[in-house]
Design a protein around this ligand. Structure first.
Ligand code: XCC
Ligand code: SF4
Length: 665
């Protein structure tokens, strides 16, 4: 099929590796989402896009037009009620997905504590910190013993009926008070999802503001509940990320090795594959097949997890998943849950590549299934790799866009940020806060979430460039982070090229990139903690809504992104998306874009144009600066020697900056 640079009128492909591959026969042969958009030849349904199509009962579906009396639902439901119910159900689904992922991680953590996995409890400091938060005795106890109790307590929070989720106690006091006053403090993880589904059933909650109170409670159960549990327990098991050099983009695939890409979200299997890829038996088998070894490469958020913790390269993000396979150079794509397009099995239909599903919850036609058992992780991983090795000899024509691999420095957990800025032995957010107060750094912008095909694929890049040019430090997660890494914004050197003077000075002194990779999508919980640390450090107000910070998830695709957006808003952080499925309901839409401010001190915003979006973020940041009284023009203080020494003390982390320890390539 012929490929053009453009599909329809709106989604430019600008990614160089994708364009390179699409210009080759192999790339032309595959049918991708770009083709499917063109082939469908129809735009999305207006009722669906505006949020006013209801099919919550069998009297409908009802397509509702706001303000037209004859066009309300058969049950009498108004556009606002319907849009709010739909929006809330998106949050419930997003939360359920993070939650189910988190539950698996906690179960894996328990299995690890019992010694039943190839993994270990590696971050004992974090184990002790979390155990203390959960009221668990740590004195004189063996680490696995503590971990087991922590794991069981954590697991119990999923089914908990009353009380509050423990992690919410980490939020700034004022946030906790706001939640309590509004009655949105989450009680149990599963309970909030269930109640959300119930309240949006036909004939239950028909007041959009009330529906969204539960929307917030459900989302908070995601961010401060399950996602945070997942991030922290995963860190304890696999290590809290520290700065590492790595490479991203399709050029990370290797001609001479068995390429295995891991795609999905839960890092348990991916971590096991990393260990087994170095097993003598596996290496011997690979050599026998004529390969130099196993080249693991990530896709989507599984990619982010092993990139952050191990520096394993990332072959592609969400929109590249089909392209990675179109290279013909992948022996197996191992998938688990979430964001795996059904089309991947079709892309490889005439190739030697196998799509291997590994989770009983997520199977697909034309894939093969090898169930991953966490208490037999080593064996499961071996089976999978043996299978991939078996395919190596069958590799047909292939094309690896070899020139397209980009250096990145990743691993910016909130602990890393604190250590790098504050110094390893006295990690603190003080230097960050100080630099915000003195104006070198204007504020913090989070760019998170997915990618899709409706807009150009350089939206993240355009937004990030505009932010850092205006001295906004960018923290990124998810596929957005990968997109920014591919554009070269995740090296310390990028600060010189792209950042404003103040931000560049800080980046140069500390040795950090102007865009920090904070992790996968569940790791947005790291951002919650980073914001909390900034509040606790002092000088920038006493709750998150006062911080000069703003978030965005441009190109959001997944329902999880909406859950994330809502937990940020409910936590006091302003969030701007390119669009929301609520425009068909005026009052409800206004409530999201403005009314929520009264409750949480933050609201949603929308803006399609990337540059305008970035400027809106900057404006939101400036308004906070103004309110804090720190927006006056400061005398430009250049770093004196003592200040440099102070900051540099923090830069001496392993693998940090240029010439770190990370894998050389
Ligand atoms: Fe999926 Fe997480 Fe979105 Fe990427 S960013 S498209 S959710 S893989 Ni998480
Ligand atoms: Fe129509 Fe009401 Fe049924 Fe929705 S719940 S489909 S608006 S009748």
């Amino acid at each position: 099929m012929a490929k053009s640079k453009k599909c329809g009128d709106c989604n430019d492909i600008t990614g160089v590796s994708t364009l390179d591959l699409l210009s080759k026969d192999l790339g032309k042969k595959v049918r991708t989402a770009y083709d499917r958009i063109e082939d469908r030849g129809m735009s999305s349904c207006l009722f669906g896009s505006g949020g006013t199509c209801c099919r919550n009962c069998n009297m409908g579906p009802c397509q509702v037009i706001d303000g037209v009396d004859s066009m309300i639902g058969i049950c009498g439901a108004t556009a606002d009620t319907i849009a709010a119910r739909n929006f809330a159900r998106i949050i419930a689904s997003g939360t359920a997905s993070h939650t189910d992922h988190a539950r698996e991680m906690v179960r894996g953590f328990i299995a690890t504590a019992k010694g039943k996995t190839p993994h270990e409890i590696v971050d004992v400091e974090k184990l002790h910190k979390m155990a203390t938060l959960f009221g668990i005795e740590i004195e004189g106890r063996e680490k696995n013993d503590i971990a087991l109790e922590l794991g069981e307590k954590a697991l119990a929070e999923f089914g908990q009926q009353d009380g509050i989720l423990t992690m919410t106690k980490r939020a700034p006091k004022k946030q906790q008070e706001i939640w309590e006053k509004l009655g949105v403090t989450p009680r149990g993880v599963d309970r909030e999802v269930t109640e959300m589904m119930h309240r949006t059933h036909m004939g239950v909650d028909q007041d959009y503001k009330n529906i969204m109170l539960q929307g917030s409670r459900c989302a908070l159960a995601d961010g401060w509940g399950s996602s945070m549990l997942s991030t922290e327990l995963t860190d304890i098991m696999f290590g809290t990320p520290v700065p590492k050099r790595a490479i991203v983009d399709m050029g990370v695939l290797r001609e001479d090795m068995v390429n295995v890409t891991v795609h999905g979200h839960e890092p348990l299997l991916a971590e096991a594959l990393c260990i087994v890829a170095e097993d003598d038996e596996i290496l011997a088998l690979a050599k026998k097949a004529g390969a130099k070894g196993i080249n693991l490469a990530g896709v989507c958020c599984t990619g982010n997890e092993i990139l952050m913790r191990r520096g394993i390269p990332v072959a592609g993000s969400f929109i590249q998943q089909e392209m990675v396979l179109a290279t013909g150079a992948v022996e197996a794509m191992v998938v688990d849950v979430q964001c795996v397009m059904q089309s991947v099995a079709q892309v490889v239909k005439d190739m030697h590549t196998d799509i291997i599903t590994t989770n009983y919850r997520a199977k697909m036609p034309d894939a093969i299934h090898i169930q991953f058992e966490e208490d037999a992780a080593y064996e499961s991983a071996k089976d999978i790799l043996k299978h991939a090795i078996g395919n190596f000899k069958k590799r047909g024509s292939f094309y690896i866009p070899k020139d397209h691999k980009v250096d990145v420095v990743v691993g910016f957990s909130h602990e890393t940020i604190s250590n790098m800025l504050g110094g390893r032995f006295r990690g603190s957010y003080k230097p960050l806060n100080d630099n915000i107060v003195n104006g070198r750094i204007r504020g913090v912008g989070a760019i998170v979430g997915c990618e899709h095909y409706k807009y150009s694929d350089d939206v993240h890049f355009e937004i990030a460039k505009e932010l850092i040019k205006n001295n906004v430090l960018v923290l990124a997660t998810g596929c957005a982070a990968q997109a920014l890494g591919r554009r070269g914004l995740m090296t310390p050197e990028a600060a010189k090229e792209y950042a404003g003077k103040g931000l560049a000075e800080v980046c140069e002194t500390v040795g950090i990139p102007p865009v920090l990779h904070v992790g996968s999508c569940v790791d947005n919980s790291r951002l919650l903690i980073a914001l909390t640390e900034m509040v606790n450090e002092g000088g920038l107000g006493d709750d998150i809504s006062q911080l000069p910070a703003c978030g965005t998830a441009p190109l959001y695709m997944s329902e999880k992104a909406v859950a994330i957006g809502q937990y940020f808003v409910a936590s006091g952080a302003h969030v701007i998306f390119q669009n929301l499925p609520t425009t068909g309901a005026k009052d409800f839409n206004n409530f999201l874009l403005d009314g929520m401010k009264e409750l949480y001190g933050a609201a949603w915003g929308t803006e399609e144009d990337p540059i305008k979006l970035a400027r809106k973020m900057i404006k939101a940041i400036d308004e906070k600066r103004e309110a804090l009284g720190i927006n006056k023009k400061q005398d430009r203080v250049l770093y004196d020697m003592a200040m440099r020494r102070d900051l540099e003390a923090g830069a001496a982390l392993p693998g940090a900056g240029c010439g770190g320890e990370g894998e050389k390539h």
